[in-house]
Design a protein around this ligand. Structure first.
Ligand code: GDP
Length: 463
């Protein structure tokens, strides 16, 4: 284990009220003592720093006595600290220069600049948190919505770790039973009760894993947001709808067909879930090469979307072009929006839709007056959260974790099949061991350096 003392500015660059310079490692306290001068003028010996106390004073260059800043210095002696090592945080005045000067000084006094995520990596390597919690730290920082923050906080609390450890305990118990059968077959004749083991694996390993993988699918849009493409022929009101959903003037709205030539993107939040909206170019055959590029992008954007909103005009019959666009959507999840309902003079919700469109959800709206927009927002939200009623505390694995859960699941299923056909315990044990290793990789007990490098490189410096 690296015994260097690391340092970083933990706050974002730029002007602000406070900058925090963070130190962690065996030399954090001596370095702090060398640069910190309390009121009264003498430097403090590191042994006099009490843990979990805040000290007022100045950071002073011991060579020459230049005062760098007036600060509050906090001391957290290990193991009661973020990294479990001695940690010192220097609260300096905000702005780049004071923080930079203090960082340079502590580096001169023996610290080294930290790598991205290195404080959290140390917290993980020192056993304060497992890998699911370390990953959650990053997810809390990068959370794109209130809902994804709530989901990340549940991971940070260690709830996924507890669930996986419970599954792993069962796997390990089964492993012990199988291995006893292999090592001492004559002493433990009835050890491998195949039906009981199969039942145990199904109920305590396969079922909870399937539930967590389902959570990934149901919760992915809560975590990552939903990509929504707005499609429709020119002038049906796509840009107006985009502006209504964004509640601002973003796309250019004009009465001339084909003015939204490129794909316009922006995001909005509905009930704490992020929607990435794309307004596409007019989807009609055009001799204008710029528009043709726009149409190719529209198809691309439809292909990449999680959901398509198809806009048609409520007061006019469906045109061949609407049908052509409908066909471009393919099997994607979609909502048909009948816009310009304010121009509809007949009874009901607008002109009839072709019978083949019936399975699509269909909402009458007016992007001009705002009628029906709240309904549409509610429908978008329902599509995003699906069956997830309450998201706080809902455990949503990330892609890496889900991949390993799937590998664990297939190893556990293979073990059940082996048991069902009375395969040798050695063979069953191989799959059971594989299942256990997959969970170990999620929790970080089996994590290799390059995996950790990949995970922590996504962090910011100072975290
Ligand atoms: P796009 O080409 O599909 O993006 O359509 P725009 O959003 O640029 O709208 C084309 C024209 O239709 C503009 O003049 C809009 O003001 C108008 N428009 C859009 N939505 C409505 C609506 O619900 N009712 C009425 N009456 N006009 C609308």
């Amino acid at each position: 284990m690296d015994d260097s003392t690391i340092a970083a500015v933990a706050t974002p660059p730029g002007p602000g009220a406070i900058s925090i310079i963070r130190l962690s490692g065996s030399r954090a306290l001596p370095i702090a003592a060398a640069v910190f001068r309390p009121p009264g003028g003498t430097f403090t010996a590191s042994k006099f720093f009490e843990s979990h106390r805040l000290y007022y004073g100045h950071v002073v260059d011991p060579k020459g006595g230049r005062v760098l800043d007036e600060v509050l210095l906090s001391v957290m002696r290990g193991p009661r600290s973020y990294t479990r090592e001695d940690v010192v945080e220097i609260n300096a005045h905000g702005g780049h220069h004071a923080a930079r000067a203090i960082l340079e000084l502590v580096v001169r006094e023996g610290a080294r600049l930290s790598e991205p995520g290195e404080f959290t990596r140390r917290a993980f390597l020192n056993g304060r948190i497992d890998l699911t919690q370390a990953e959650a730290v990053c997810e809390v920082i990068l959370a794109r919505s209130q809902r994804s923050l709530a989901a990340s906080v549940a991971l940070l609390a260690g709830n996924l770790r507890l669930k996986l450890q419970k599954i792993q305990d069962v796997i390990n118990e089964i492993r012990v039973v199988l291995e006893a059968g292999i090592d001492f077959p004559e002493d433990v004749p009835e050890t491998v009760d195949s039906a009981a083991l199969r039942g145990r694996i199904s109920v305590d390993v396969i079922d909870p894993l399937q539930l967590l993988i389902r959570n990934y699918i149901d919760g992915r849009t809560i975590r990552e947001g939903l990509a929504v493409t707005i499609m429709g022929r020119p002038n049906v009101g796509k840009s107006s709808l985009m502006n209504q959903l964004l509640e601002k003037e973003r796309s250019i709205v004009t009465a001339l067909p084909g003015t939204t030539r490129d794909v316009v993107q922006d995001s909005t939040s509905i009930e704490g879930v992020v929607f990435y909206l794309r307004d596409t170019a007019g989807l009609h055959q055009s001799p204008d090469p710029v528009e043709s590029i726009g149409m190719a992008k529209t198809q691309e954007s439809a292909d990449e979307a999680d959901l398509v909103i198809l806009v048609v005009e409520a007061h006019l019959p469906i045109k061949a072009e609407d049908i052509r666009i409908y066909e471009m959507i393919g099997s994607k999840s979609r909502i048909v929006v009948m816009n310009k309902i304010d121009l509809w003079t007949g009874s009901g919700d607008g002109a009839g839709l072709p019978s083949i469109w019936r399975e699509s959800r269909c909402l009458p709206i007016s992007a001009l007056t705002g009628a029906g927009i709240e309904n549409l927002r509610a429908e978008l939200y329902r599509t995003a959260v699906g069956g997830v009623a309450e998201t706080s505390g809902f455990l949503i694995p990330n892609l890496r974790q889900k991949g390993l859960m799937e590998r664990c699941l297939s190893a556990a299923s293979a073990a059940v099949e082996d048991l069902a056909r009375n395969a040798a315990p050695e063979l069953v044990a191989v799959n059971v061991a594989l299942a256990s290793d997959c969970l170990g990789e999620i929790l970080g007990t089996h994590a290799k350096d390059d995996l950790l490098d990949g995970i922590f490189s996504r962090f910011c410096i100072g975290k």
